[in-house]
Design a protein around this ligand. Sequence first.
Ligand code: ZN
Length: 270
Amino acid sequence: MWSFSAWRRQRTLAKHPISPELWRQVKHDLAILDALSADEEQRLQDGCILFLHSKHLSCLPGVELDDHGRLLLAAQAQLPLLHLEDLNWYQGFHEIVLYADDFLSPQRYRDASGVEHQWDGEHSGEAWQQGPVILAWSGVLASGGWEGYNLVIHELAHKLDMLNGDANGLPPLHSDMRVSAWASAMQQAYDDLNRQLDADPEADTAIDPYAAENPAEFFAVTSEYFFSAPDLLHAAYPQVYAQLQAFYRQDPLRRLNHLKQNHPDYRGSD
Ligand code: ZN
């Protein structure tokens, strides 16, 4: 449910229409939107208008956002919510801060002996509990293809995860899902990935080894793959794919397979 009342929602949609030409350009830049149905495209556009109306985009020096850039960001942010209309899933924040490029951010870690270590880590995105989402614009621009990388979806998956407390890899599941099935699928895959990296830190893993950092990153990275490399995720961890399919109520693998069947050279040779 949106925080807007229905009439306000309609008024916002009517006041801020997206021009067909602008939408065509954004779609051209975002291959992961290929093969959406006409109805889904319309709902995605509505979601973009409401998202841009309700979130404040703060641009740091070096980021010049025009309507195209704003829509490019919104469309990727809204894709995961396309079939999740029962809740205001991005209710936990109002601001998105955009850096031009990767940024330094203070990090803390307390080791087993209780000593706290602090350092500046280089990041392309962060999502703060009760705070903004921070994105490197260069990372947003590098997202949108079928390459297993999507900074926007990654950071916003953390926000979904934080809806029911700290980010721990368990977002609020739907009533037709079981926490035990989710936990079992995620844990097995997480353990498998960690086993491979323990045996060989340089192992050529099926998904980004960053997913092995902790369960929250595992959910964020597998969400990225779900939308941007569903074939790789499904081949490596089919049960994780099935849980994410139940959660997001979408089947990006079906979309990608459909595109490949109709265009054998779709997405190049990989
Ligand atoms: Zn993350």
